[in-house]
Design a protein. Structure first.
Length: 274
């Protein structure tokens, strides 16, 4: 297909690649935050029956009566999707596609799969936190703490549908509760260096051939789309590539230097590296 050849050529000739990923990327890996599907029921049918939780996203923001119930949900979720994750066909092909070019990944996904699959942590910006870190639930201080080893112990301690009370973390400063580092309330600790990373990347490659590669980002995710499109409109040598299933949006102002592919992300990435 001619469009695929042109996309491959743009990426091959790029000086740097700015990558954006949202829910569509997670869905293509089998993690659907919004679906009350079999995968959700396999993990959380008891939470659905007890609390009326409809999907993973609902469970992440639900106010549980006890810390044991809260951490039972989170430990199951994180251990299932992160405990043994080392990559997917998508991350493998993305690495092949960008090869050794400079890159920056901007994502609103929280499962930490880019980091776990071997992308450079310093080149990843997670706009809405991630499951691999936790914070004081009331943000009494700004430090983030790793979760995965704790989550493994929690998952192993689960008995009769709940983790042990002894496995529940406490804030090392105030002694209060802890929370996975995602924006469930006003205490979410913002990533103050995220904008700086983006600004530094844009300044470094200003005037050069920048490819903006969006994967699984719908129109409503303006926290990624808006700055990406603005960058493409301002940079004469930028190329915009958006891959999404069921929704492709490209403004008229950047149509002449854009490619949009509607379809299955896994299949498309596979074709782009073939």
């Amino acid at each position: 297909m001619k469009q695929y050849d042109e996309i491959k050529k743009s990426i091959k000739e790029a000086d740097a690649i700015l990558i954006g990923a949202s829910n569509g990327f997670s869905i293509s890996e089998g993690l659907h935050l919004f679906a009350e599907n079999q995968a959700f029921l396999n993990l959380f049918s008891d939470f659905k029956h007890k609390f009326g939780i409809k999907n993973i996203l609902h469970g992440c923001s639900f106010e549980y009566p006890t810390e044991v119930e809260k951490w039972t949900f989170w430990s199951r979720l994180i251990w299932h999707y992160d405990g043994h994750y080392t990559g997917s066909p998508n991350t493998v092909n993305l690495k092949k596609l960008i090869e050794d070019k400079p890159y920056l990944i901007i994502t609103s996904n929280g499962e930490g799969h880019f980091y776990l699959s071997g992308f450079d942590e310093k080149k990843i910006v997670e706009l809405e936190g991630n499951w691999l870190t936790m914070q004081c639930a009331h943000a009494c201080h700004q430090t983030l703490y790793p979760t995965l080893e704790m989550i493994e112990r929690m998952a192993q301690s689960e008995k009769d549908g709940y983790v042990s009370k002894a496995s529940i973390p406490q804030c090392p400063k105030c002694g209060g509760t802890m929370q996975i580092h995602v924006p469930v309330n006003r205490y979410f600790i913002q990533d103050n260096i995220a904008q700086e990373k983006f600004k530094t990347f844009v300044e470094k490659y200003h005037g050069k051939k920048i490819v903006v590669l969006e994967m699984g980002i719908g129109y409503r995710n303006q926290m990624i789309k808006a700055p990406f499109m603005e960058l493409v409109s301002k940079e004469q040598n930028a190329t915009y590539i958006t891959i999404n299933k069921g929704e492709i949006y490209i403004p008229n102002a950047i149509q002449n230097k854009s490619f949009g592919i509607d379809g299955d992300l896994t299949d498309i990435l596979s074709q782009l590296v073939s």
